[in-house]
Design a protein. Sequence first.
Length: 323
Amino acid sequence: MPIHDPGYREWHGVRAALLTRWMVVAEIGIRRAWLSMWLRRMMFFAWMPAALMGFLIFVYEQASGRDEFAGEAVIGLSQMLLEPGAGGRRQFSNVSELVQRRTASPGTERHLFWSALLLTLFRRSQPFILIPMIGVIVPPLISQDFRSRAFLLYFSRPLTRIQYILGKAASVMFFLLMITLVPALLLFLMGVLLSPDLSVLSSTWDLPLKILLVSLMMVVPCTLLSLMLSSLTTESRYASFGWFAIWILGFLTYAAIMPMMSSEATSLLQCVSLFHVFSDVAAWILDTNFQVQGIEMRLILLGLITVLSSAVLYRRVSAPLQI
């Protein structure tokens, strides 16, 4: 073969459909991430709280069939799981009161208790798994492609930049949804199966929709923010450091300044800590009685994180291809 003949040639084989090419990138990311022993361990620990919540639902449903024990069971479980909110507000504060006075219908009581369990899952257990899981999966996803020039291999195929970003994001969201959306939906399904009859769906039909909304509100901004950090450097350790620094410094700043600030500045200050932002948004979605001052500011912040991270990520992925 003459030396001037080698080079890129037109592909005459069968191409994947345009709408499914990103799945190849996602599959590669998922398979590479699953090789990590730390990731498999975190997946195991992420499902343990959901199993505990399932046991509590079992106890509740068994106790609710006996009126003389239902009140004590629900009050004891609610006191163990629920905590006072900021500024004297209580999440699901009327659970114990409604059970003590027996003024709520069984459907309303069940809806309150299931929502309290779901909020406990989203606010207390899953964020502490989600943050280190992203720190393990995401930093090398794009930074290593830049360092090893692997993006040239990707884009030598009929793959667009949007499909490349979508594939990388899907590989991250797959694992994040496995520890947020899937356990919560299985918890809801377990509650339905343990209930006396399927009439419970009439009072809890909105919970799957709220679960999906809370999961997306947590997963989408976190995925895009972490991918943006990975695209800003060729060293994955710098991206990992930046990811943990955002969460840790924000939380410490909130804890240090919050006691000295007035109530008027609380909503603005709370946006410093992403942990508290996601916590309040989850409470606002799952508990209609939980009033969050300045919830609009938190929603705007999550929207800005999503939009700005997407813009920076697209620009960084496009930069090596520009001549």
